[in-house]
Design a binder for this molecule. Structure first.
Ligand code: NDP
Ligand code: HSE
Length: 450
């Protein structure tokens, strides 16, 4: 922090911030700081004052008044202005200008608050080291699960526990799409367009629907929950692009809903400890706490060895909830003048002490699985599929074939397996690979245990 952020005796100095990015979240932060100005000043012990802002296009009409603030065209220049204490990065992108400006802020003694999960997932450790070296705060509550204080919840609230697993719904866009398709029968493309209009989706929405955004967030949560280095590269990721309305109907008939679930756990101990992180669409029983999570809502379950199961739930995207998390970080910094014990410990412990856990292989894990094939409707196809299951030692619990939907010859075959090792399902699918009975890639969705 710059020296003049330390208040002179008897004089209350504001926390002076610069905001880079005036889109959904940036405008939301300005609106929140204006609306709750007095309440925030009272809770922070001093006002939080926006000094300067920056976005791509100065001439663009904004939903908030930015005329009281200085304008910078360049984010890195904004980050190192001598008249600010903290830069708030709300631009996005793992690299490029957001990363350069974040480094510039930390290197010039400013605190950094960001909602940028992509940047923290890829460069969180390096930024943490920079923050530690400069003794300045780095905070990213809004980067995971929007308005839910889950970073704080895991870092502080569960800090006395050994966590066994952390899992949940971490992408509002996918949850909005899946639950809208379930409620209204609307198609995928139409629902995605609506999520974009509502400001939930990333600038590149493939990050949402392919599970990458959830993987970014999971790698951050796992790092906090398990005291490990952020390891985004090891997250096994499958998105929701392949989920069809027919799968949602099939799951419903079986007593499940479909949700994109991000899951992390550690197996083994000491030097043998391995971290398994994955994001995939799962069948969730209708009485599971994650089943009634609709729309852009996110929910995180953390299981601690003393706390038991904890559920954090709330809005995972959108201007208001995300701004709420950003401003909570600013209030923390304002209260402590950037000199709290949290400085330099952006994960659960100082960067150098974080464990480098290798990735776990899941083949031996036991699960029940929903598998959906699209096949040519001709004699012998079912026999071919069931033979592959038999040869791979996969036991089928139930099997449904749906009639032809239209003129074509494609039909849908869905099955649920008994519990068995994951590698057996993989082996069965390998046996079927290249078969001209299949008209597309099979969809595999595990059934989330209750
Ligand atoms: P938007 O696309 O709505 O806004 C991005 C802003 O960044 C725009 O104001 C844009 O300028 C500005 N910008 C882009 N490139 C540059 C650049 N090179 N220099 C300066 N400014 C630039 O994004 P969001 O507000 O939705 O998201 C911002 C961040 O928050 C992202 O990291 C996102 O992942 C994260 N986030 C978003 C949530 C949400 O619900 N939307 C929830 C949680 C996190 P201009 O307006 O002039 O085009
Ligand atoms: N695109 C993200 C989502 C925004 O849909 O969850 C919140 O991080």
């Amino acid at each position: 922090m710059s020296e003049n952020s330390i208040p002179a005796p008897g004089r209350i100095e504001p926390l002076r911030i610069a905001i880079a990015g005036l889109g959904t979240v940036g405008a939301g932060v300005i609106r929140l700081l204006n609306t709750n100005h007095d309440l925030i000043a009272a809770r922070a012990g001093r006002p939080i004052e926006v000094v300067a802002v920056c976005a791509r296009d100065r001439t663009q009409q904004r939903s908030v008044d930015i005329t009281p603030f200085a304008w910078e065209d360049d984010m890195s220049a904004l980050a190192s202005r001598p008249d600010i204490d903290v830069m708030v990065e709300l631009v996005g992108g793992s690299d490029g200008p957001a990363l350069a400006a974040s480094r510039a802020a930390l290197s010039s003694g400013k605190g950094l608050v960001t909602a940028n999960k992509a940047m923290i997932a890829h460069h969180g450790l390096a930024l943490a080291e920079l923050a530690e070296a400069g003794g300045v705060p780095l905070k990213f509550e809004a980067a995971v699960a929007g308005g839910i204080p889950v970073v704080k919840g895991l870092r502080e609230g569960t800090s006395a526990n050994a966590l066994t697993k952390v899992y949940g719904i971490l992408n509002g866009t996918c949850n909005y799409i899946l639950s809208e398709m379930e409620e209204t029968g609307a198609d995928f493309a139409e629902t995605l367009a609506e999520a974009q209009k509502l400001g939930y989706a990333e600038a590149d929405p493939t990050f949402d629907i392919e599970g990458i955004d959830a993987a970014h967030k999971l790698s951050i949560l796992a790092a906090i929950g398990f005291g490990a280095r952020v390891d985004f590269g090891s997250v096994r990721t499958t998105g929701i692009v392949q989920v069809r309305a027919a799968d949602i109907a099939q799951a419903d008939a079986l007593g499940f809903v479909i949700r994109l679930i991000a899951q992390a756990d550690v197996e083994g101990e000491g030097a043998d400890a391995r971290l398994l992180q994955r994001v995939r669409p799962c069948l969730v029983a209708k009485d599971h706490p994650l089943a009634p999570v609709y729309g852009p809502t996110n929910a995180v379950v953390a299981e601690g060895n003393f706390s038991g199961r904890l559920l954090f739930q709330g809005a995972g995207a959108g201007d208001g909830p995300t701004a709420s998390a950003v401003v909570a970080d600013l209030i923390d910094i304002a209260r402590t003048h950037g000199k709290s014990g949290e400085v330099g410990a952006p994960f659960s412990m100082p960067a150098a002490q974080l464990a480098a856990l290798g990735p776990a292989e899941p083949g031996h894990r036991m699960e029940r699985t929903y598998i959906r094939f699209t096949v040519n409707d001709r004699p012998g196809v079912l026999a071919e599929i069931t033979a592959a299951m038999r040869d791979a030692d996969v036991s089928i619990e139930s099997l449904i074939q749906q009639g032809r939907a239209n003129e074509g010859t494609e039909v849908l075959v869905a099955m649920v397996t008994h519990e068995g090792p994951e590698r057996c399902v993989r082996q069965a699918l390998d046996l079927l690979e290249g078969s001209d009975s299949l008209t597309g890639e099979p969809l595999v969705m595990p059934i989330l245990p209750n």
